[in-house]
Design a protein around this ligand. Structure first.
Ligand code: RI2
Length: 322
């Protein structure tokens, strides 16, 4: 029987009470740790099975952010590492890998802020979309370094994550202007750099992020405005190396409009879109800045991928190295 706390975390991810690709990943790691601590089973085999069941529930919540399966993959590697060990050791391994993931993830967000802030100059007007911890980490770090910057944030309809970004930025004292999503091209010439997060990055460097990101990238490209993506290396999607497409989540149309009032109206509500690598100038990761075309090399290294092998996700490779 699945623990009520796990069901609650899964439900919170689904309904976006827990949202943002990094937060979702950490919540999944935390859920696995809770499941391990509170497990009532008696044998290692039953424990492995229970961890797989919990993972399945978490994986079914939201399909696009690869940070979720990557976090699970990272924690569950503990089951292989502790293979043949007693139940207590297995539980301990899962708990410590979950703790490791959470710690490394938080460190990565900080490191991305430091690395990315080096590319921000005093006087820059930055545009951000949705609410990305990593993108905001760069902006806040640059501001804390004393750089005189301004931020334009979109509303990010239909869930309005732009309001979260605006609140966070204002709390830091950063001058912030909000615009509607469709006003980006109108204002793009006032912008020096666009900084967004990512939910998944494919092996060819294509960036999957909040719906509207690709239109912003197109407008930035046209106006020759730099387009930065900020993402931890666990946002790189290992299966895209062998041709898997990233599934784009379509959410409830009622997030956009009350369908009861418009009988017969068809509404589409994709939560994400894909920005081709041609429109991305650089990706800031905790391991350093890379061009989008280096995504392949990152995936190969982080996941120890070799032809014919499935992806692994090891402890050492996740640690910030720069
Ligand atoms: P961090 C969010 O997705 C946004 O698309 C954001 O850019 C991305 O996750 C990355 O966020 P949603 O959960 O991990 O709001 O940088 O649909 O916070």
């Amino acid at each position: 029987m699945v623990n009520e706390k796990i069901k609650k975390i899964a439900q919170d991810i689904k309904t976006m009470r827990i949202r943002g690709a990094g937060r979702i990943a950490r919540a999944a790691a935390r859920a696995l740790k809770i499941a391990a601590i509170e497990s009532q089973v008696k044998t290692p085999a039953e424990f492995s099975h229970e961890m797989e069941t919990v993972s399945k529930i978490l994986l079914e919540t939201r399909p696009t952010a690869v940070s979720l399966p990557n976090a699970i993959r990272y924690v569950l590697l503990g089951l292989k590492q502790a293979h043949g060990a007693d139940l207590w050791t297995m539980k301990k391994t899962i708990c410590s890998r979950a703790d490791d993931f959470i710690k490394n993830s938080l460190e990565a967000v900080k490191k991305i802020g430091e690395i990315g802030a080096n590319r921000i100059s005093s006087g820059d007007v930055l545009l951000t979309h949705c609410n990305s911890e990593c993108a905001l980490s760069i902006i806040k770090t640059a501001f804390k370094q004393g750089k005189n910057i301004e931020v334009i944030t979109t509303e990010s309809r239909p869930v309005w994550q732009g309001r979260l970004s605006a609140k966070e930025l204002l709390k830091e004292g950063i001058p912030t202007t909000m615009i509607i999503d469709s006003a980006v091209r109108h204002f793009i010439r006032d912008v020096d750099k666009v900084i967004v997060g990512a939910d998944s990055i494919a092996a060819n460097g294509a960036v999957v992020n909040k719906i509207g990101t690709s239109s912003i990238a197109l407008a930035a490209h046209e106006a020759r405005v730099l387009f930065f993506v900020a993402a931890e290396t666990y946002k790189f999607h290992p299966e895209t190396l062998v041709g898997r497409l990233v599934e784009i989540e379509e959410r409830d149309p009622n997030e956009i409009i009350n369908l009861k009032r418009y009988p017969g109206l068809k509404v589409r509500n994709p939560a994400f879109d894909i920005t081709p690598p041609e429109y991305v100038d650089l990706i800031v990761t905790e391991r350093g800045i890379i061009p989008p075309y280096a995504a392949y090399a990152i995936i190969q290294e982080i996941f120890e991928w070799k032809p014919g092998n499935g992806p692994r996700h090891t402890a050492d490779k996740l640690k910030p190295s720069i």
